[in-house]
Write a new protein. Sequence first.
Length: 465
Amino acid sequence: MAKNVGILAVDIYFPPTFVKQEALEAHDGVSKGKYTIGLGQDCLGFCTELEDVVSMSLNVVTSLLDKYKVDPKQIGRLEVGSETVIDKSKSIKTFLMQIFEKYGNTDIEGVDSTNACYGGTAALCNCVNWVESSSWDGRYGLVVCTDSAVYAEGPARPTGGAAAIALLIGPDAPITFESKIRGSHMAHAYDFYKPNLASEYPVVDGKLSQTCYLMALDLCYKHLSEKYEKLEGKKFSVSDVDYFVFHSPYNKLVQKSFARLLFNDFLRNASYIDEAAKEKLAAFSNLTSDESYQSRDLEKASQQVAKPFYDAKVQPTTLIPKLVGNMYTASLYAAFASLLHNKHSELSGKRVILFSYGSGLTSTMFSLQLHEGQHPFSLSNIATVMNVSGKLKSRHEFPPEKFVETMKLMEHRYGAKDFLTSKDTSLLAPGTHFLTEVDSMYRRFYAKKGEENTACDNGAVANGH
Ligand SMILES: CC(C)(COP(=O)(O)OP(=O)(O)OC[C@H]1O[C@@H](n2cnc3c(N)ncnc32)[C@H](O)[C@@H]1OP(=O)(O)O)[C@@H](O)C(=O)NCCC(=O)NCCS
């Protein structure tokens, strides 16, 4: 049986195009600070007509295989998490098979998982379970989370974003799962959903989604704590964890979420909550849980108490989500990538808890143990390969007008056929995959910048195109 199964390698791709939230505030005519302080977001990354969930995932998978020198024949399972629908039947995974077919490897299990922002976590659990199972054939699992988060004009639009992230799964990993320390909460809710199949935009009840998220957080934390306590025979609290990583639709919700964990600890009489904090929170100890989700005073008081802990245990995870936005399935793992980027040299021996939430709703909180590992599968090499600073620096800022124009074009293109893209790849890095065409049979074609004339990557030969 495989031992110490977990994440061996990570890579991330986000589009080179973004808009600043401050500029968006002025453009949208909302009060200054609403998106930057109110939502806690700095920038919003987005796909232009050249990019989509397939091109982003082609980029991240080819980059991961290349940079960690993984032979494509060594992948035995490939799972994609996404909620961006470009086809109601054909999986994104099958587009990615073009990478592996070229090497004669078609013996790869797995398809796509979908439930809002949770699909990536479902894919990750499947891959880890496969490596730990009697079906494992000794090869790696590969998880891809890819999404373009776009909203109709209105208050939710500034919470968009886009990215793809790839996680290589196998034994003896630097990032291992504490499989017994895990809690889930799944229920029926209409907080955010996509019933209109002709539109890429969700129907979203923003306030309800916030409450559903916090309720799910409480319940996952409760379930996880109970399992830990049964296993270890001692009380569990925030003080047992070095870092917390949250699914990040916008940073303000992450701040509220962490404060909520401290309030939970206060109610459970955790020993690290000092007298001053107890005094601040005492007034809220008799609220019903429904009341507690609505209390602005509790939110304020618990965020105050949580602030020093937030700065130490959460702030290092917020870099990419604040600068790229909500990446749906990739959001949680982009937050984790931020931690690896910021703290890789200090993470050996640390416990990190992740909270995954997908509207509708599905949620899981799980625990990881980190160790430096062996090159190329080491924490320091993961940070080098991801090159987060380099990728952020080489982005291009769009003015809000151009962002809105792009959203209009993408609305028009969603579900459309028979069009060519502009092929102006000047903003893309060399080697980036991009969409060239959707033909009269809705087939999508991609090319690689710098290799446009060897367009085989896109299944062109198989399609007789
Ligand atoms: C998050 C969302 C509900 C915000 O909508 P909104 O109508 O702008 O909400 P508000 O008017 O309450 O403003 C949001 C916050 O900004 C604050 N704010 C408003 N104007 C401000 C200003 N000028 N300066 C500072 N803060 C400001 C508000 O006080 C509020 O803070 P709070 O959350 O601490 O109460 C909306 O963006 C949304 O629906 N997003 C998508 C939701 C989502 O991603 N759901 C999935 C969850 S997994």
